[in-house]
Design a protein around this ligand. Structure first.
Ligand SMILES: [Zn+2]
Length: 198
Protein backbone atom coordinates (compact mmCIF):
# COMPACT_ATOMS: atom_id res chain seq x y z
CA UNK A 1 0.00 0.00 0.00
CA UNK A 2 1.22 3.46 -0.81
CA UNK A 3 1.62 5.62 2.24
CA UNK A 4 -0.41 8.84 2.16
CA UNK A 5 2.76 10.94 2.06
CA UNK A 6 4.35 9.07 -0.83
CA UNK A 7 2.96 11.56 -3.32
CA UNK A 8 2.07 15.19 -2.91
CA UNK A 9 -1.48 16.22 -2.22
CA UNK A 10 -3.56 19.11 -0.91
CA UNK A 11 -6.20 18.54 1.76
CA UNK A 12 -8.58 21.32 2.76
CA UNK A 13 -10.50 21.45 6.05
CA UNK A 14 -13.02 24.30 5.87
CA UNK A 15 -16.18 25.56 7.51
CA UNK A 16 -17.51 28.36 9.68
CA UNK A 17 -16.30 29.31 13.14
CA UNK A 18 -16.81 26.69 15.88
CA UNK A 19 -17.07 23.89 13.29
CA UNK A 20 -14.04 22.01 14.65
CA UNK A 21 -11.51 22.78 11.88
CA UNK A 22 -8.51 23.06 14.19
CA UNK A 23 -9.64 19.98 16.09
CA UNK A 24 -9.72 18.01 12.82
CA UNK A 25 -6.30 19.37 11.84
CA UNK A 26 -4.86 18.33 15.22
CA UNK A 27 -6.43 14.87 14.81
CA UNK A 28 -4.75 14.37 11.42
CA UNK A 29 -1.39 15.61 12.73
CA UNK A 30 -1.62 13.20 15.66
CA UNK A 31 -1.84 10.37 13.10
CA UNK A 32 1.07 11.82 11.12
CA UNK A 33 3.05 11.80 14.36
CA UNK A 34 2.15 8.15 15.03
CA UNK A 35 3.27 7.30 11.47
CA UNK A 36 6.61 9.04 12.27
CA UNK A 37 6.36 11.27 9.22
CA UNK A 38 8.37 14.48 9.72
CA UNK A 39 5.98 17.43 9.77
CA UNK A 40 5.70 21.14 10.48
CA UNK A 41 2.57 23.04 11.58
CA UNK A 42 2.29 26.75 10.78
CA UNK A 43 -0.02 29.34 12.31
CA UNK A 44 -0.46 32.96 11.16
CA UNK A 45 0.83 35.54 13.65
CA UNK A 46 -2.29 37.64 13.02
CA UNK A 47 -4.34 35.04 14.89
CA UNK A 48 -3.51 36.21 18.40
CA UNK A 49 -6.25 34.34 20.24
CA UNK A 50 -4.11 31.64 21.80
CA UNK A 51 -0.51 32.72 21.13
CA UNK A 52 0.78 31.74 17.74
CA UNK A 53 3.52 29.26 18.77
CA UNK A 54 0.80 26.65 18.99
CA UNK A 55 -2.61 25.89 17.49
CA UNK A 56 -5.46 25.38 19.94
CA UNK A 57 -8.97 24.14 19.21
CA UNK A 58 -12.06 25.55 20.90
CA UNK A 59 -12.21 22.41 23.04
CA UNK A 60 -8.68 23.04 24.29
CA UNK A 61 -6.43 20.53 22.50
CA UNK A 62 -3.22 22.02 21.13
CA UNK A 63 -0.10 21.33 19.06
CA UNK A 64 3.16 23.28 18.71
CA UNK A 65 3.24 25.49 15.59
CA UNK A 66 5.62 27.85 13.84
CA UNK A 67 4.28 31.42 13.67
CA UNK A 68 4.37 32.94 10.16
CA UNK A 69 3.04 36.08 8.49
CA UNK A 70 3.43 34.94 4.88
CA UNK A 71 3.10 31.53 3.27
CA UNK A 72 6.34 32.34 1.44
CA UNK A 73 8.22 31.70 4.71
CA UNK A 74 7.32 28.00 4.63
CA UNK A 75 9.84 26.73 2.03
CA UNK A 76 12.66 28.19 4.18
CA UNK A 77 11.31 26.56 7.36
CA UNK A 78 11.13 22.96 6.10
CA UNK A 79 13.92 20.61 5.09
CA UNK A 80 14.36 17.67 2.74
CA UNK A 81 12.97 15.28 5.38
CA UNK A 82 9.65 17.10 5.84
CA UNK A 83 6.75 15.04 4.51
CA UNK A 84 3.70 16.90 5.84
CA UNK A 85 3.00 20.64 6.08
CA UNK A 86 -0.06 21.90 7.95
CA UNK A 87 -1.37 25.47 7.97
CA UNK A 88 -4.10 26.52 10.39
CA UNK A 89 -6.33 29.63 10.01
CA UNK A 90 -5.26 30.10 6.39
CA UNK A 91 -7.44 33.22 6.01
CA UNK A 92 -5.10 35.18 8.32
CA UNK A 93 -2.08 34.96 5.99
CA UNK A 94 -1.06 38.33 4.50
CA UNK A 95 -0.48 37.01 0.96
CA UNK A 96 -2.64 37.40 -2.14
CA UNK A 97 -4.92 34.47 -3.03
CA UNK A 98 -2.75 33.70 -6.08
CA UNK A 99 0.42 33.42 -3.98
CA UNK A 100 -1.27 31.19 -1.40
CA UNK A 101 -2.70 28.82 -4.01
CA UNK A 102 0.55 28.66 -6.01
CA UNK A 103 2.70 28.02 -2.93
CA UNK A 104 0.45 25.13 -1.89
CA UNK A 105 0.65 23.74 -5.43
CA UNK A 106 4.46 24.00 -5.38
CA UNK A 107 4.70 22.21 -2.04
CA UNK A 108 2.40 19.40 -3.21
CA UNK A 109 4.40 19.16 -6.46
CA UNK A 110 7.48 18.63 -4.24
CA UNK A 111 5.69 15.48 -2.93
CA UNK A 112 4.56 17.05 0.33
CA UNK A 113 1.18 16.37 1.89
CA UNK A 114 -0.24 19.86 2.44
CA UNK A 115 -3.14 20.17 4.90
CA UNK A 116 -4.79 23.58 5.25
CA UNK A 117 -7.58 24.59 7.61
CA UNK A 118 -9.53 27.83 7.55
CA UNK A 119 -12.78 29.68 7.09
CA UNK A 120 -14.45 29.22 3.71
CA UNK A 121 -16.64 32.34 4.13
CA UNK A 122 -16.20 35.71 5.78
CA UNK A 123 -18.79 37.22 8.17
CA UNK A 124 -20.80 38.40 5.13
CA UNK A 125 -20.98 34.79 3.86
CA UNK A 126 -18.75 35.71 0.91
CA UNK A 127 -16.06 33.17 -0.06
CA UNK A 128 -12.52 33.82 1.18
CA UNK A 129 -10.67 33.94 -2.18
CA UNK A 130 -7.59 31.85 -1.21
CA UNK A 131 -9.80 29.14 0.28
CA UNK A 132 -12.09 29.18 -2.77
CA UNK A 133 -9.04 28.63 -4.99
CA UNK A 134 -7.70 25.81 -2.85
CA UNK A 135 -11.09 24.08 -2.72
CA UNK A 136 -11.00 23.83 -6.51
CA UNK A 137 -7.56 22.20 -6.74
CA UNK A 138 -7.48 20.09 -3.56
CA UNK A 139 -7.28 16.31 -3.72
CA UNK A 140 -9.48 16.08 -0.63
CA UNK A 141 -12.01 18.52 0.83
CA UNK A 142 -13.61 18.27 4.26
CA UNK A 143 -16.36 20.78 4.98
CA UNK A 144 -17.33 20.86 8.63
CA UNK A 145 -20.49 22.27 10.16
CA UNK A 146 -21.31 23.86 13.49
CA UNK A 147 -24.74 24.07 15.11
CA UNK A 148 -26.78 27.27 14.71
CA UNK A 149 -27.11 28.86 18.14
CA UNK A 150 -30.52 30.27 17.15
CA UNK A 151 -32.38 27.26 15.75
CA UNK A 152 -30.20 24.17 16.13
CA UNK A 153 -29.85 23.54 12.38
CA UNK A 154 -26.46 22.85 10.80
CA UNK A 155 -24.55 26.14 10.69
CA UNK A 156 -22.33 27.13 7.77
CA UNK A 157 -21.91 30.83 8.54
CA UNK A 158 -19.94 32.92 11.03
CA UNK A 159 -22.20 35.60 12.51
CA UNK A 160 -20.20 38.61 13.68
CA UNK A 161 -21.75 40.62 16.50
CA UNK A 162 -20.90 44.11 17.73
CA UNK A 163 -22.35 44.72 21.21
CA UNK A 164 -24.74 41.85 20.54
CA UNK A 165 -26.02 43.23 17.20
CA UNK A 166 -25.20 42.06 13.64
CA UNK A 167 -22.08 43.69 12.18
CA UNK A 168 -22.62 46.08 9.23
CA UNK A 169 -21.91 44.93 5.70
CA UNK A 170 -18.94 47.31 5.35
CA UNK A 171 -17.15 46.28 8.57
CA UNK A 172 -13.53 45.06 8.14
CA UNK A 173 -13.30 41.52 6.77
CA UNK A 174 -10.77 40.21 9.29
CA UNK A 175 -11.37 40.82 12.98
CA UNK A 176 -9.88 38.37 15.47
CA UNK A 177 -12.38 37.29 18.09
CA UNK A 178 -13.98 34.37 19.86
CA UNK A 179 -17.42 33.62 21.21
CA UNK A 180 -17.81 37.22 22.47
CA UNK A 181 -17.86 38.40 18.85
CA UNK A 182 -18.92 35.43 16.72
CA UNK A 183 -21.69 32.86 16.65
CA UNK A 184 -22.31 29.92 14.36
CA UNK A 185 -25.53 30.48 12.39
CA UNK A 186 -27.41 28.77 9.57
CA UNK A 187 -28.39 30.49 6.31
CA UNK A 188 -31.82 31.47 7.62
CA UNK A 189 -30.57 32.94 10.92
CA UNK A 190 -27.49 34.75 9.55
CA UNK A 191 -27.88 38.55 9.75
CA UNK A 192 -26.05 41.60 8.38
CA UNK A 193 -26.72 45.22 9.27
CA UNK A 194 -26.79 47.82 6.45
CA UNK A 195 -23.44 49.51 5.68
CA UNK A 196 -22.50 52.38 8.01
CA UNK A 197 -20.80 54.31 5.18
CA UNK A 198 -22.29 54.71 1.71
ZN1 LIG B 1 -30.56 28.86 12.38
Amino acid sequence: MTRPSASGRIEVICGCMFSGKTEELIRRMRQVNIARQPFRIFSPRRDTRYGSSKITSHIGTSQAAYPIDSICEIPGLIDEHTQVVAIDELHFLIDSPEVIVQTCQDLADRHLRVIVAGLDQDFRAHPFPPMAGLLAIAEQVTKLYAICVRCGAYATRSQRLINGLPAPLDAPTLVVGGSEMYEARCRACHELAPPLHE
